[in-house]
Write a protein that binds this ligand. Structure first.
Ligand code: FMN
Length: 305
């Protein structure tokens, strides 16, 4: 067992961007993570004009460094520049003056890489739920992470989503995931205070789901399978929530051990269950915005051998 964990640890330490090695993949991943935060900011319920000054400056700097080293043709690099262009456009349209440094570096980047601004998705409640009975392609394309909630969802909706999600396959059919559902608003607030990706919308969630996987069902070499099995279940659950008109946003549980311990003081989750992810849930408002989160192409994703 120790050997296996050491092998995993060695590979992680060698290849993750935490290591000193700088790679194109790592640089691009950092760019995508940051532009996604800007994208999310542009869709927030009460978008604060001028938000994210340091983040924008950092992103522009990373984009220039990336362009110097690897050129400007990567699709996700271009998307990041498009998001910067949208950020500029939104502030111009609102007649909000960005400070001199920010305006200057943004303009220089846009002269270096001329692009059309991206456009976050304007949505209505009616349109968001319009494809629930559509063929899988349209149904799947209609699910998005929702970061703006209004109104409540019932325990019946959650129960029927979990019943549907239970169709998910699992290794040897062991089905060792659990969905903890938190309804108490104060408890939800306390749990979300331990998570780092819900600022600006978490307080609107009506229910919080916490997906766990039980270590008591997993043997040695299967050490990573809890996340495979939970991941398969998670996607099925998201589709099932969508089908049951529960708008939702997955929230990472990539937290230090102290937060994990604090969570277990707030809720009676067995020590043997690994917390995999949170899901903030609610109903959607009449009008709201969705982050466009464009995908890589099939050519970038599919590797033929
Ligand atoms: C494991 C996981 C963790 C996530 N964590 C967060 C988070 O902390 N905050 C957030 O706003 N979105 C989070 N998301 C949502 C992603 O940003 C989103 O799924 C992605 O941008 C694709 O957009 P879509 O869900 O609208 O298709 C997470 C998604 C996954 C799968």
């Amino acid at each position: 067992m120790r050997k296996m964990f050491r092998y995993d640890q060695g590979r992680f330490l060698k290849h993750s961007p935490n290591s000193r090695a700088t790679t194109k993949e790592g640089a691009l991943a950092a760019i995508i993570m940051t532009y996604h935060v800007v994208e999310k900011g542009l869709t927030m319920p009460d978008m604060r004009l001028g938000f994210g000054r340091e983040m924008i400056l950092g992103l522009v700097e990373s984009l220039n460094e990336f362009a110097d080293k690897y050129g400007t043709s990567e699709a996700q690099f271009i998307e990041a520049v498009r998001v910067i262009a949208e950020y500029k456009k939104i502030h111009e349209e609102a007649s909000f003056e960005l400070d001199e440094v920010r305006s200057r570096v943004i303009s220089a980047l846009l002269s270096r890489v001329p692009v059309e601004p991206s456009s976050q998705i304007e949505m209505t409640r009616e349109r968001y739920w319009a494809e629930l009975d559509a063929p899988f392609e349209a149904f799947s394309a209609s699910r998005h992470s929702v970061r703006n909630f209004a109104g409540t969802v019932s325990l019946e909706q959650i129960r029927s989503a979990v019943a549907l999600a239970n169709n998910a396959p699992s290794a040897c059919n062991r089905q060792y995931v659990r969905v903890h559902c938190v309804s108490d608003r104060e408890k939800i607030r306390e749990c979300l205070a331990l998570q780092n990706g819900n600022r600006g919308f978490g307080h609107l969630a009506d229910k919080l789901l916490i997906l766990t996987a039980d270590l008591r069902s997993v043997w040695g070499v299967e050490r990573n399978d809890i996340f495979t099995n939970a991941g398969i279940y998670l996607m099925n659950l998201c589709y099932a929530l969508h089908k049951n008109k529960v708008a939702h946003c997955m929230l990472n549980w990539s937290t230090p051990p102290l937060s994990d311990k604090k969570l277990r003081k707030l809720l009676p989750i067995s020590e043997a269950e690994t917390v995999v992810v949170f899901i903030a849930c609610g109903d959607v408002p009449e009008k709201f915005k969705l982050a466009s989160s464009p995908r890589k192409s099939v050519e970038e994703t599919l590797v033929l051998h």
